[in-house]
Design a protein around this ligand. Structure first.
Ligand code: GDP
Length: 513
């Protein structure tokens, strides 16, 4: 009688006796090539029979250190308002265009790459300011390796300068200081250095270990020096990644695009639709890769770089805009490659259900116990009715004992089937909140999986309507149901399903009064 919460990243082994005795069936899905393990347990009494179907996954473990490869650093620019963050980003972006043959205007996709030498690049996050940084971090996304702190030399340390330092420290990300606006006559580098030192940032120029580069973002002075310093600081961190594993990354930005793409003949006349920029942090992202980000799924249709040019693949630390999303993923969401679209959809559905359950503060244990008691009663009653061959007069004029119980006729009975356990929890909770005695709602049974013969039989014996959520009804079952006059209603939006139940109940109330 215990409950284990399985989070993304948790590791499990089915050799573990404790888990084998566990009370809920869980399917643990390793991403890409990992093993699928069913942890056997009874939702109730039937050991080894999977009753529930909670799909959770664990990240494919990282390979040993020797198998990791160096990767380019990812940089976020922070600093006080008007100190020159946007100007610096522009200067860096321009240095990018100069070095490329086929230009293309740099578009804002959330990040861009600056080539520093033939083999080295630096990735800059294109949203200045600590807000974006804080938002990302709040979602648990850590995408920054180095923070460039822009401080205007004429203005010195200001409130947002301090906030930026605090953010970088909290995230344990090294800082490179860009002393900006040195072209201005009133630029006072010495004073700024002293102010920074007072707040714990000792620049090298005054004997500390923080790298500081005097620049002018506006006049393009020392931008190359700044890039070199960034690389030097990044070098010390020995940034490494796994280029061969399943794709992992972080969503930097997402939007819905209605414009047509003109960059590729194959893409002409096709709207880009849902776009999301991913920072690749593991593996190689290619066309056709199945991705899961939060509750969003994509089969990657096309990849675009920051110049709007289609590319074949994206490697470590590369930002890339990706089309093919069924729904828009949120910025900051972690991205994982999944081996099949079907599996990705199942995990997404489970996450959705978990979210609903969490929002409603569903106490899984309480609901489960109550439900269990109900199920036991239900099973006994089902047995009794089976033996008696009970049928309802209005449905079956054949022989057998008829239920004439008034209460039985007045209530609305339903049998609920769902695709995943989480949805079942959420629905059970909502349904249990209903307690209008004028028309009782009787949930005769609830279970996970497609509608089967037993469900139809039970629905017939209890005069119930079957509500099937996100599950397919096959032809044989549909025929069987219509033969037995058991209504089956299918839904794939929880609120639609609840509305339907509500309507049925409301319809019945006037006829009672
Ligand atoms: P942000 O708010 O930090 O993004 O700052 P901006 O990049 O928008 O810059 C604020 C103002 O400072 C703008 O008017 C810029 O033209 C100006 N500015 C930025 N960098 C420099 C610089 O190096 N020298 C001078 N003189 N002005 C600059």
């Amino acid at each position: 009688d215990c409950l284990i919460h399985i989070k993304n990243g948790d590791q499990y082994s089915s050799d573990n006796q404790e888990i084998d005795d566990f009370n809920v069936i869980v399917e643990v899905v390793h991403l890409c090539g990992g093993k699928h393990r069913l942890i056997p347990s009874p939702f109730a009494n039937e050991k080894k029979k999977p009753v529930t179907n909670i799909v959770k996954f664990v990240r494919t473990p990282m390979p040993s250190k020797e198998k990791l490869k160096p990767r380019p650093p990812v940089v976020t620019i922070m600093g006080h308002v008007d100190h020159g963050k946007t100007s610096l980003l522009d200067a860096l972006r321009n240095s990018n265009i100069v070095s490329t043959e086929f230009g293309g205007i740099t578009q804002h996709i959330g990040a861009f790459i600056v080539p520093v030498s033939k083999s080295t690049t630096v990735t800059f996050i294109d949203t200045p300011g600590h807000l974006a940084f804080a938002e990302m971090r709040a979602r648990g996304a850590q995408v920054t390796d180095v923070v460039v702190l822009v401080v205007a030399a004429d203005d010195g340390v200001m409130p947002q300068t301090l906030e930026s330092i605090a953010h970088a420290n909290r995230a344990k990300v090294p800082i490179v200081v860009a002393l900006n606006k040195i072209d201005k006559a009133d630029g006072n580098i010495k004073r700024t250095e002293t102010m920074l030192a007072e707040h714990g940032l000792q620049l090298e120029s005054i004997g500390g270990d923080i790298v500081g580069v005097p620049i002018s973002a506006l006049k393009n002075v020392n931008i190359d020096k700044l890039l070199e310093s960034i690389l030097a600081v990044a070098e010390l961190q020995q940034l490494r990644g796994d280029p061969n594993g399943p794709v992992e990354g972080t969503i930097l930005e997402s939007k819905h695009d209605e414009t047509k793409s003109e960059n590729n003949e194959f893409d002409n006349n096709q709207r880009k639709g849902n776009l999301a920029t991913i920072l690749v942090q593991r593996g190689v992202l290619k066309k056709g890769t199945i991705l899961l980000a939060g509750q969003s799924v994509a089969r990657v249709r096309a990849l675009y770089n920051e110049r709007g040019i289609q590319i074949e693949c994206a490697t470590l630390s590369m930002p890339v805009q990706v089309t093919g999303w069924k729904t828009l993923p949120a910025a900051g969401e972690e991205v994982f490659e999944i081996e099949s679209e079907n599996l990705a959809n199942r995990i997404a559905a489970q996450r959705k259900a978990d979210e609903i359950a969490q929002k409603m503060e569903i106490d899984v244990i309480a609901v489960t116990q109550k439900h269990e008691e109900h199920l036991q009663k239900y099973r006994a009653e089902l047995q009794r009715r089976r033996q008696l061959g009970i049928v309802f007069r209005k449905r079956d004029k054949g022989s057998g004992q008829h239920i004439e119980d008034k209460e039985e006729k007045l209530k609305y009975s339903i049998l609920v089937k769902t695709d995943v356990f989480g949805t079942l929890e959420a629905l059970t909770k909502i349904i249990n909140m209903y307690n209008d005695t004028r028309c009782p709602l009787d949930v005769v049974d609830t279970s996970v999986g497609p509608v089967n013969d037993d469900d139809i039989e039970a629905a017939q014996l209890f005069n119930a309507t079957i509500y099937a959520f996100n599950t397919n009804i096959n032809q044989t079952i549909a025929l069987e149901a219509s033969r037995k006059q058991v209504p089956i209603r299918t839904f794939n939006v929880i609120y639609h399903m609840l509305n339907d139940i509500k309507n049925e109940l409301t319809k019945r109330i006037p006829s009672i009064e």
